[in-house]
Design a protein around this ligand. Sequence first.
Ligand SMILES: CC(C)(COP(=O)(O)OP(=O)(O)OC[C@H]1O[C@@H](n2cnc3c(N)ncnc32)[C@H](O)[C@@H]1OP(=O)(O)O)[C@@H](O)C(=O)NCCC(=O)NCCS
Length: 170
Amino acid sequence: MLSTLQDLDLVFEAELPAHANTIEAINAEAFGPGRFTRAAERVREHSSHALALSRVAVLRGEVVGSVRLTPVRIGDAPVLMLGPLAVRPSFKKRGIGRMLLSLAADAARAAGETAIFLVGDRAYYMPLGYQPLPLGSVRMPGPVDEARILGLALVPGAFDGINGAVLPRR
Ligand SMILES: CC(C)(COP(=O)(O)OP(=O)(O)OC[C@H]1O[C@@H](n2cnc3c(N)ncnc32)[C@H](O)[C@@H]1OP(=O)(O)O)[C@@H](O)C(=O)NCCC(=O)NCCS
């Protein structure tokens, strides 16, 4: 029985166009049909995720986990929106989610990005460095529990003064 990340013959790499169908299946399995009604999905309808910053976990040629980063802006500040993050159920709890988040943040930093935000569970993301953003500072294009809007500054102070609607980059 495989139990740790080290035991798995896993490769982490940038997302490729050929991964799209499997990622769609993983997200469908993780979030169900309701995923298309989420506010983050409204954002993604108008802005494409960046393949070069998005990461997949691949086991013997098959994607088993995925995280996507989408370039957007909050007001005038360029930021990345993270999501969806999902791991195939049989591969959960081996550190794949954490590794995907860490590698995506590294890729973003290397590309000169300064900030990542997401809508997600505090209990999962806060131990990984994400912090709640000031209530009301990020206006999503749809209903969202504002307490779940979290940010990771890739450079110190990256979220200082950020306030506004989440919109496509100009
Ligand atoms: C969330 C998810 C991506 C984590 O992937 P993973 O590879 O299992 O993550 P890791 O192995 O890095 O971390 C697992 C730990 O996170 C915990 N965890 C998972 N989801 C959590 C949540 N929503 N809140 C708090 N803790 C959570 C697990 O219980 C586990 O804890 P343990 O290490 O004490 O056993 C995966 O559970 C998943 O695909 N879930 C369905 C989709 C989803 O909810 N995505 C996140 C949107 S906010």
